[in-house]
Structures are given as C-alpha cells and as structure tokens.
Design a protein around this ligand. Structure first.
Ligand SMILES: [Fe+2]
Ligand SMILES: [Fe+2]
Length: 172
C-alpha cells in the first residue's frame, strides 16, 4: 500500500512525464513543418517514450493501492528560434526531469518505501541514457551551427543516434 505522500509525489511525476511528451510532440510538429523529417520522427519517438514513462507510473500507483491522477498540462512552446535552441531546450528539460527523479528517490528513502525506491531505479537508469543522448545531439548541432548542408546531413543521420541509444538501453 502506498503512503499518501509517496502517492502524491508519484502523481506529480505523472504530470512531469506527460508534459515532457507534449513538449516533444510540439518539437516534432515544428521540425515537420520546417521540413526536417528525420528530426520530426526522432521527436515523435521521444514523445511516445515519455508517454510510456507516464503510463508506467500510472500502472504502478494503481497496482500499489493508490489512484493515479491525470491532470491538466502546461501548454508547451510551439515554435523555436532555431534547431540549436530547440535541442538546448530538450537537453535542459531532461536535466530538470533527472532532478525530479532524484528528488523522488530521496523521498522514498526518507519514507522507507523500498518497493517504490526499487521501481524508480528504472527511471534513474533511463535518465542517464536520455541525458547522454541529449548531450550528444546538442554537441553535434552546436558544431553544425547555421550550416544548411550540415543540418541536412544531421536530419538524415539522427535516426542512427536513436537506434544506437535504444540498443544500449538494457530492457527496451
Ligand atoms: Fe521521461
Ligand atoms: Fe526524457
């Protein structure tokens, strides 16, 4: 049975993951209308992954005798100054999510909830992957800068980054 405090903080994390999914969906749309099909597909995939992260929390809360609460979400940015700016936002957002997960882990220890602590280890590992991926992409896009040819190649190759990253995630 979940303690009320744990249920509340896990529910807050549902909102964080749902908002991540919406943010990445908005990025996918912007990339798509800008004609970068590869980047758009990459962001659609990221958006789906965040929804999976959310659903995993929903199931866990309900199975442990709590009630997963689906809340209103903040509207994401729908346009971005540049792809550099967009990927900087993605990177910064993943750092925020990691902080949120770390905070959750800390609370489970305080509350001596070792089952939830164990459940959250999947998220800890996932955030290591996602931060690494965000950093790799940001480094590449910063190298390219405003170079159109570079962006064209980046758009073609970004799928490869996705494949490499998911291949190195043990349980996906
Ligand atoms: Fe996530
Ligand atoms: Fe993420």
């Amino acid at each position: 049975m979940l303690a009320k405090k744990i249920e509340t903080v896990l529910n807050n994390q549902i909102t964080v993951e749902a908002e991540s999914s919406q943010i990445y969906l908005a990025m996918a749309c912007w990339a798509e209308v800008k004609g970068l099909e590869g980047v758009a597909q990459f962001m659609y995939d990221q958006s789906n992954e965040e929804r999976e992260h959310m659903l995993k929390l929903v199931k866990f809360i309900n199975e442990r005798g709590g009630h997963a609460k689906i809340s209103a979400l903040k509207a994401p940015n729908v346009t971005f100054g540049s792809f550099q700016e967009m990927f900087q936002m993605l990177h910064d957002h993943e750092i925020l999510v990691s902080e949120s997960i770390n905070n959750l882990v800390h609370i489970t220890l305080e509350e001596k909830d070792y089952a939830t602590h164990n459940f959250l280890q999947w998220y800890v590992a996932e955030q290591i992957e996602e931060e690494a991926m965000a950093r790799t992409i940001l480094d590449k896009i910063n190298l390219i800068g405003d170079d159109k040819g570079g962006l064209y190649l980046f758009d073609r190759d970004i799928q490869q980054l996705t494949v490499t990253s998911s291949a190195s995630t043990p349980d996906e």
